[in-house]
Ligand binder design. Structure first.
Ligand code: NAD
Ligand code: GLY
Length: 369
């Protein structure tokens, strides 16, 4: 049997312990010994999409059926542009048609879009039903399946409607990465690099030295990168589940990145690609504020370039960026707040960035005409 690594997300001790485990390893889609203890009954809904269903749905359903768990599948259209209230309603329609009750768990089988939609449906259907994450993209395995942020996009702003709702289990089968397109793998790396930048300089160094193995999907390197990412996220989430402070650091590059996704039309830039360009903008702004050196910015740019990710944003006017950034969840009293770098391995929140410096970054960090 292949080795399994486990990371605990510690949340609230007794009386209501909502902590849970992230299991990471090969072939976990068949490991019902890990999943069954978290299913309250003999019925479950699996939410997935038209791309993931032909790859992994039957495997999961067959494994559950062998333990007399009856499942039905809700197969959604694929794409960030479907992470909206219309698609959310398709989930509710199916749950009601199948007479799902408070004990019927929702299992998200897919990437971050499926996880965010399913989690929000689980948080709100009958005011809350059990939720399990089975992430199948690198991005969802290192980030979106962990920490309980769920939700949908609004035409005016990314992820603006949602709920904090934790899963009972995250089952990460790393063999699913074998079918992931290269572009999606690279996009997931943007969030992996983020953990090194905000929290762990040694991990950033390690990524610089192992990026080739990771892009070649070397399983030892990949398992380490996933586990270390989950450890960092679990530590931050357990200290600040509701993002009163520390958790905001996980949004490095996201203020700019979400603006890119929104302004370009959801699905045009992948989330990880927008985060990559956004992280370079945050690094540039940090340098203009004399928090980090030009050498640090060059190291960061080099790692993103070696990963094959964009290091400049799309050529939009500064006003267009600012318009989208005004609809960021971190906005406070109308002011945009930024996660900036103090050095590689340490970040902090800044709510008083001088407008001229921000405008300089928005002009300097976009693609040439
Ligand atoms: P995604 O869910 O759109 O998946 C990317 C693509 O890969 C899709 O086409 C999907 O069908 C396909 N796919 C999934 N698994 C596959 C597999 N094993 N083999 C082949 N194809 C596969 O995108 P994503 O990058 O996983 O997630 C991005 C979303 O996650 C964004 O909406 C973002 O806002 C959200 N997100 C949420 C959090 C959070 O904390 N909740 C954190 C980061 C990102
Ligand atoms: N991805 C940001 C967070 O989970 O807080």
């Amino acid at each position: 049997m292949n080795a399994i690594e486990s990371v605990n997300v510690a949340l609230d001790a007794a009386p209501e312990n909502r902590g849970y485990t992230i299991h990471i390893g090969q072939g976990l889609l068949s490991r019902m010994d890990l999943l069954l203890p978290h299913l309250p009954g003999k019925k479950a809904a699996i939410v997935t999409n038209t791309t993931v269903a032909p790859l992994y749905l039957e495997k999961l359903r067959t494994a559950l059926a062998a333990h007399q768990v009856e499942t039905f599948a809700i197969i959604l259209p694929d794409g960030e542009q479907y992470k909206n209230r219309e698609t959310l309603n398709l989930i509710f329609d199916a749950l009601l048609e199948h007479r799902c009750e408070r004990k019927t768990p929702l299992i998200a089988l897919g990437g971050g879009v499926i996880g965010d939609l399913t989690g929000f449906a689980a948080a709100t259907y009958l005011r809350g039903v059990p939720f399990i994450q089975i992430p199948t993209t690198l991005l969802s395995q290192v980030d979106s399946s962990v920490g309980g942020k769920t939700g949908i996009n609004h035409p005016l702003g990314k992820n603006m409607i949602g709920a904090f709702y934790q899963p009972r289990l995250v089952l990460t089968d790393t063999t699913t990465l074998a079918t992931l397109p290269d572009r999606e793998l690279r996009a997931g790396m943007a969030e992996v690099i983020k953990y090194g930048l905000i929290h762990d300089a040694a991990f950033f160094d390690w990524l610089e030295h192992h990026i080739k193995q990771l892009l070649a999907r070397d399983s030892t390197a990949m398992n380490y990168a996933i586990r270390r990412s989950c450890e960092v996220k679990a530590e931050i989430v357990s200290l600040d589940e509701r993002e009163n402070g520390l958790r905001a650091l996980l949004n490095l590059g996201h203020t700019f990145g979400h603006a890119i996704e929104n302004a370009m039309g959801y699905g045009s830039w992948l989330h990880g690609e927008a985060v990559a360009a956004g992280t370079l903008m945050a690094a540039d702004l940090s340098r203009r504020l004399q928090r980090i050196t030009l050498r640090d910015v060059d190291r960061i740019r080099c790692l993103f370039e070696n990963t094959g990710l964009p290091v400049k944003g799309p050529r939009l006017s500064p006003d267009r960026y600012l318009e989208s950034m005004q609809l960021d969840k971190k906005v406070k009293d109308g002011a945009i707040r930024f996660i900036l770098l103090d050095r590689i391995g340490k970040a902090s929140l800044d709510d008083a960035v001088p407008a001229p410096l921000l405008l300089e970054t928005l002009s300097a960090c976009v693609a040439d005409a």
